[in-house]
Ligand binder design. Structure first.
Ligand SMILES: [Zn+2]
Ligand SMILES: [Zn+2]
Length: 424
């Protein structure tokens, strides 16, 4: 086979796809209970949305976007994240009309041209929320609680919750200046990327994975020493609310998110079971984003979590995931003449919520019974021409081998009753 998946992408084969469906179903149920509604946006957007919304100086915009020109000469980009598109949709459709708090959740693939490694792909899958229209610290706290409760509901236990405040437009400039001044004094120790970041946005140096840069950042000035009264009060309230919810957390001064639009609260949930790539999900407040993409001032809070890392953590903690649901009945045919009747019976059983299967490969009765045995069904319903003419079939209990003649008219009821007994 010469054509395979592009580098950095993978197929979700049934076992993995079933896990992804489980992540989605669990998210939908829990997020709806927290008042969030689903939203879906296009896979590609105008490139300008991300350049303005994420920031030109970020690695994402600088080197990781899948940007292309379509046949109409428009510059489009495969979405590298979903906060900017969701805020774009909120503004475009005036979802916040009347000063409402709008709570949305989403799930789907994102695209970044990154060096592929464990838990990091070029097409990766995220689930996230955005709460738009409220300044209240309770919205920040609710998002953090929801992210943690989600991982807990999936079955994860080894979680670490980190929070920080990044300040606001009032107080961050002074911090940024102090950080830039500090970094200029240590330029020789920084990697070339960070030297570039330092002049464009020194906060980005926190994103660098280079250990020498991380050492420099360990001694860097902390944003907490620069936050204004309003930011400090907001952060204190978030912490009080987390305590009220019984959620354990740590304040990490180095938790500074790489996007320009983050303000005040940032947070991250990590798994102690994973190595260097241990962040399962994170987010924060982004009161400046709507204005950056051309809308009116709209406070917002959101998070995104990665499906691949979450699955790795579930595996590391040995959490049992839903398996393929069992098939209970195999409808076998003695010869070709009853094939159509069997097709009809399988359909009737399925409509009666009885998981049933039949042969589609032209197997002999012997071959069909072998297949039925292998698939682990509880019963085989065998349809011969004479029986079919009498309106009956033979049902074999696959475990005991006991056979009964059952009228076709009673088949669903007969099987439903016995399946119930067997799986109880
Ligand atoms: Zn502030
Ligand atoms: Zn660096």
């Amino acid at each position: 086979m010469s054509i395979v998946t592009p580098k950095g992408t993978s197929d979700m084969l049934p076992d993995v796809a079933r896990k992804w469906q489980f992540l989605l179903a669990t998210a939908a149920e829990l997020f709806e209970a927290y008042g969030y509604e689903p939203i879906d946006t296009p896979i590609f957007e105008a490139t300008e949305l991300f350049v303005r919304g994420i920031g030109e100086a970020t690695d994402i915009v600088h080197k990781e976007m899948y940007t292309f020109e379509d046949k109409g000469g428009r510059s489009l980009t495969l979405r590298p994240e979903l906060t900017a598109p969701v805020v774009r949709a909120y503004l475009q459709h005036n979802l916040g009309g009347g000063g409402r708090l709008v709570k949305l959740y989403y799930a789907g693939p994102m695209f970044r041209f990154e060096r592929p490694q464990a838990g990091r792909s070029r097409q990766f899958w995220q689930i996230g929320i955005e709460a738009l229209g409220a300044e209240a610290p309770s919205v920040d706290a609710e998002a953090i609680v929801l992210l943690v409760r989600y991982f807990e509901r999936l079955g994860l236990r080894d979680l670490q919750v980190l929070i920080n405040s990044m300040g606001c437009v009032e107080c961050r400039p002074a911090y940024r200046e102090a950080l830039a001044a500090y970094l200029r004094g240590r330029t020789p120790e920084l990697c070339p990327d960070c030297v570039r970041r330092l002049e464009m946005n020194p906060l980005r140096v926190f994103d660098c994975k280079n250990p020498e840069c991380a050492d420099v950042m360990n001694e860097a000035p902390e944003v907490a020493d620069f936050t204004c009264g309003d930011c400090a009060e907001h952060f204190n309230e978030v912490k009080a609310l987390l305590a009220e919810a019984g959620l354990a957390y740590e304040v990490d001064a180095r938790l500074v998110r790489g996007f320009d639009y983050y303000t005040k609260t940032t947070f991250e949930v990590r798994s102690s079971q994973l190595g260097a790539q241990n962040a399962l999900g994170g987010g924060g407040r982004y009161d400046g984003l709507a204005e950056m993409i051309g809308g009116s001032r709209t406070p917002g809070v959101g998070f995104a979590l990665g499906a691949e890392r979450t699955m790795l953590a579930l595996e590391a903690e040995d959490v049992s995931m839903p398996a393929r649901p069992p098939v209970h009945v195999f409808v076998a045919t003695v010869d070709e003449t009853t094939r159509r009747a069997a097709f009809g019976i399988v359909g009737r059983l399925r409509e009666a919520q009885i998981a049933a299967e039949m042969d589609h490969m032209g197997r002999s009765l012997k071959g069909q019974m072998k297949q039925a045995g292998k698939s682990g069904v509880l019963f085989a319903a065998i349809l011969g021409p004479d029986e079919a003419a009498r309106g009956e079939c033979t049902v074999r209990d696959m475990e005991s081998g006991e056979e009964s003649a059952v009228p076709l008219a009673d088949l669903e009821e007969w099987l439903a009753e016995r399946i119930k007994e067997e799986i109880m």
